[in-house]
Design a protein around this ligand. Structure first.
Ligand code: NAP
Length: 533
């Protein structure tokens, strides 16, 4: 789509509906393909600006949370329209700052606006309210029951940390922001320093939607600067009531620690590290070629910079497994390098590979071509034995990028022990002929249920559908709270809390739990769903 009105990037903080230059150290995004620093520079927000954004969010909260579900849904839809209106300008900036191809830029834009529209639809029909009514039973013996009504209300201002690996879909107007705004929470984003211009464009689109829809000043702010300064100040600010984060385990844990040591501790929904194990059961070897194709695609897509990248491939050694290893290695060796998102991510990928290469318990099977261009990810495949894996916990550490470790087990028992031993994960996959290996499959599934947010049957993990049934979560360290998801419509529940109104007259109740149900939403009435008509 062609951009109708080009937006001038000026490197300012967006604090409510106004812009202000920061006055801390200047940061610039870098084109990872060329290593060239990009203008404009963004001066980090100072403490006064952090406080101002938080106070504006607090002041906006009362008005914003009381907007009707319909009006709030229209606002989310308007944000989606404004992002689409950024057209080619957004696509070009995305490509320049991320090194990702045009198809990915367009795909991620589609996912971002699609998420906003999904949340608009989700709140319009009232699903997120969980409206529940237990009417009075005045004749109940031995004691009467009074009228109780439950609904969900928003937590308050939320801070979102944009992720490096999804400059749009997990960033300024990504899933965390969309779900928090849908819940009725003002949002302050700490923009990721890797895609500052993309962030500013999207931030301005949100402000434009705020103005068009008459939402209160402070419903949204976007601050730039270092995580350990601006990010920590935001998390510590007393007006902030919850956090959404995607990134490293180190960053997520630092934020969690600060949030928990506040005078009023607040919830942190951090999505951190995951190696997404794939288990090949014996019958999966009936179709080696489809395993090779599917696995390589999942491993190398986007230089492996997905939280659902398969970092572990586990199987029991058999007559066919050498063929599989050879085929996988042959493809990896011929794979071209791909540009990684940032120099930091590239350096930590190289450090991860070098750690594995030096480990005597592991063998390097194959590495793709090298390149002299900056930030080039060489896909890599390693192997070890089940025994080594079980006795060296460091082998299960995430190497963020296109690297995977094959674990060759001797027995079914060893494979099951691996499923038992791994840390929490976003996903776990298993491959088999569905008419064979049933007993082993059930045992692996039973272990995975205790660890992961999503179990995948005969498919590979990379790629997350944005839908109502999605769970992009899992046990620590995949996330800081296994009861939540950061993708899909139920992501909104992270930013809501239940409240019960006891013995209330109708006039004082929120619309969704009134008897006459003006928005015609589904209510759980005395234990039975009363569907909207
Ligand atoms: P990151 O270093 O955790 O940074 C994410 C965000 O958190 C940035 O805005 C960062 O700010 C901020 N931050 C970092 N440390 C903080 C702290 N102590 N207090 C407050 N805020 C803090 O992650 P990244 O830059 O996206 O990537 C670095 C590594 O994270 C990757 O190499 C990869 O290993 C991992 N990663 C994993 C996933 C996954 O889904 N598993 C996704 C992305 C990245 P500044 O950087 O601006 O200071």
């Amino acid at each position: 789509m062609i951009t109708l009105n080009m937006i001038k990037l000026n490197g300012n903080q967006i604090i409510g509906n106004s812009e202000q230059p920061g006055n801390e150290a200047v940061i610039k995004s870098t084109n990872p393909l060329t290593g060239q620093q990009l203008d404009p520079g963004y001066k980090g927000a100072n403490k006064a600006q952090v406080n101002e954004a938080c106070l504006l969010a607090k002041n906006a909260f009362d008005t914003y949370r009381n907007t009707s579900l319909k009006i709030r849904a229209e606002f989310l839809e308007e944000i989606a329209n404004e992002i689409e209106n950024l057209g080619d300008q957004l696509t070009k900036k995305f490509i320049e700052e991320s090194g990702l191809p045009e198809g990915r830029a367009k795909g991620e834009t589609g996912r971002t606006v699609g998420q906003l529209r999904m949340f608009a639809n989700h709140i319009k029909n009232g699903f997120a309210t969980n409206a529940t009514i237990d009417t009075a039973l005045l004749d109940r013996k031995p004691s009467a029951r009074t009228d109780h009504r439950l609904t969900n209300i928003p937590l308050g201002p939320i801070v979102v940390f944009g992720a490096s690996n999804f400059p749009l879909a997990f960033s300024v107007a990504g899933g965390d922001t969309a779900s928090a705004l849908a819940a009725g929470c003002p949002v302050i984003v700490k923009g990721h320093s890797a895609h500052l211009g993309t962030s500013e464009l999207v931030g301005k689109a949100i402000i434009s939607a705020i103005k068009k829809c008459g939402m209160p000043n402070g419903t949204f702010s976007l601050l730039f600067g270092s995580g350990s300064i601006v990010g920590q100040e935001l998390v510590s600010n007393k007006e902030i009531k919850g956090i959404g984060f995607t990134g490293s385990r180190k960053g997520g844990l630092a934020i969690l620690k600060t949030a928990q040591s506040r005078k009023e501790p607040i919830p942190v929904y951090a999505e951190m590290s995951s190696i997404n194990p794939v288990f090949l059961l014996p019958s999966a070897f009936e179709n080696i070629q489809s395993i090779v194709d599917g696995f390589i695609n999942s491993l190398t897509m986007g230089a492996g910079q997905f939280c659902t990248n398969p970092g572990l491939l586990v199987f029991i050694e058999n007559n066919e497994s050498q063929k599989l290893i050879k085929s996988l290695s042959d493809v990896i060796v011929k794979t071209n390098t791909q540009t990684m998102l940032t120099e930091n991510i590239y350096n930590s990928y190289c450090a991860g590979l070098s750690r594995l290469e030096k480990n005597k318990k592991i063998k390097l099977l194959a590495k793709s071509n090298s390149s002299t261009e900056p930030n080039q990810c060489q896909a890599a495949l390693f192997e070890t034995t089940g025994k080594n894996f079980l006795s060296n916990t460091d082998l299960a550490e995430e190497v963020f990028g296109a690297s995977s470790l094959i674990v060759k087990c001797e027995t079914e028992y060893e494979m099951e022990e691996i499923a038992k031993s791994i840390e929490g994960q976003l996903t776990g996959s298993l491959h088999l002929n569905k008419d064979q290996d049933e007993k082993l499959a059930k045992r692996i599934i039973s272990q995975l249920e205790l660890k992961v947010g999503r179990i995948i049957f005969n498919q590979f993990p990379t790629g997350v559908e944005v839908c109502n049934a999605m769970v992009h979560g899992g046990v620590y360290p995949a996330t800081s709270d296994s009861r939540s998801t950061s993708v899909g419509s139920t992501a909104i529940n992270r930013f809501l809390r239940p409240i019960c109104y006891q013995n209330f007259p109708q006039t004082y109740l929120r619309d969704e739990i009134k008897d006459h149900n003006p928005n015609n939403i589904t209510q759980l009435l005395n234990g039975e769903y009363k569907s909207s008509t």
